[in-house]
Design a protein around this ligand. Structure first.
Ligand code: AHR
Length: 330
């Protein structure tokens, strides 16, 4: 049995070398350390935003604090890389798997393999859907994206109260198509403003959660709609920062000529809120590391865990006292 595991470890080590996975520590039996520390395989989607980089750091620091060995992979924004990494975690016989589903669909087969191997699975930050057997994962830890979308819509209702314009024309920068935050942030926002004749949607386009694509998409929207645009609702700060570059290059004033509503709460966005270039920042925290490690410990001990865990989140707007906002850390 021990010999069998040793061969598996050797094999998995080779696979990880080729796939960009980074086991941050060795298994105790390889190093001769005493005790049996838990091993968590964590499949991250990439580093598309400061939010994501903060999320990765949070997981790494929490693993260190909890004394959990972390095997982390970076999928470089490709679902097939994430699936390959999860298969490697299974081959490596990790104690628990956590992963960020880049999109909601397409996970059935690999999750079936994890279940057959008896490894519990945590969904981190994003969710899965489709014809999914609910028993294929144990728990979800991450934001309530629908609530975030609703908060964005509620801010706009308040803003509209003070506007002299009869109609507010909206453009929307959507996140990665098929991902939970893009789907839910869109739905939450539109559920709040639907049926209100003060609002008119001009266009919604994807910026894939990337600053570069946010800028590119906003340039195209400005070319097409120009000063007709009254409101930009953007699904993340990265795209918003790119869009603000485009708005300023077009000679318009972000936060004044165009009301800007964004999601995440990166330091850069909060700073622009204070400068008056953003009107509303809906918080989405990337600091999920501690919760993931607590779940890992419980699952490895065979304990029951809640099916869904949402961290507490708030929002910051131009109507608030912004002096007291502590440093964001991402
Ligand atoms: O899934 C969370 C989203 O992903 C964050 O809003 C965004 O910045 C990241 O890319």
């Amino acid at each position: 049995m021990r010999k069998h595991r040793f061969i598996l470890i050797l094999l998995a080590g080779c696979l990880f070398l080729f796939a960009g996975c980074t086991p941050t520590r060795e298994r105790p039996e390889e190093t001769g350390e005493s005790g049996n520390r838990l091993l968590l395989g964590f499949a991250q989607i990439g580093s598309e935003s400061s939010w994501r980089i903060g999320n990765t750091r949070s997981v790494q620091e929490a693993a260190e604090q909890h004394g959990i060995q972390l095997m982390m992979s970076d999928a470089n924004q490709k679902q097939e890389n994430e699936i390959r990494a999860i298969r490697q975690f299974i081959a490596y016989q990790v104690d628990v798997i956590a992963f960020v589903p880049i999109v909601e669909e397409g996970w059935e087969n690999v999750l079936l393999e994890a279940r057959n191997a008896g490894i519990p699975v945590i969904l981190s930050d994003r969710q899965i859907s489709g014809t999914i057997d609910e028993s294929l994962y144990t728990t979800y830890v991450g934001a309530d994206f629908y609530a975030e979308g609703k908060k964005a819509g509620e801010f706009l209702l308040k803003k509209a109260e003070q506007s002299e314009k009869e109609t507010l024309h909206i453009v929307e920068l959507l996140g990665t198509p098929g991902s939970t935050p893009a789907l839910q942030r869109e739905r939450g926002f539109h559920d709040v403003i639907a049926g209100d004749s003060r609002f008119e949607m001009l266009e919604a386009v994807s910026g894939d959660f990337l600053r570069s694509k946010g800028k590119e998409s906003m340039e195209k929207l400005l070319e097409k709609w120009g000063s007709e645009i009254d409101v930009l609702y953007s699904h993340n700060d990265g795209m918003t920062l790119g869009a603000i570059d485009a708005i300023e290059s077009a000679g318009l004033r972000p936060g004044k000529d165009i009301v800007i509503i964004t999601v995440d709460g990166e330091q850069a966005a909060v700073d622009l809120l204070k400068e008056g270039k953003i009107n509303c920042v809906v918080e989405c925290t990337p600091m999920l590391g501690d919760l993931i490690m607590e779940l890992t410990e419980k699952l490895a001990a065979g304990e029951e865990v809640p099916r869904v865990i949402h961290p507490e989140e708030t929002m910051f707007t131009e109507y608030d006292d912004l002096d007291g906002i502590p440093s964001r850390g991402y």
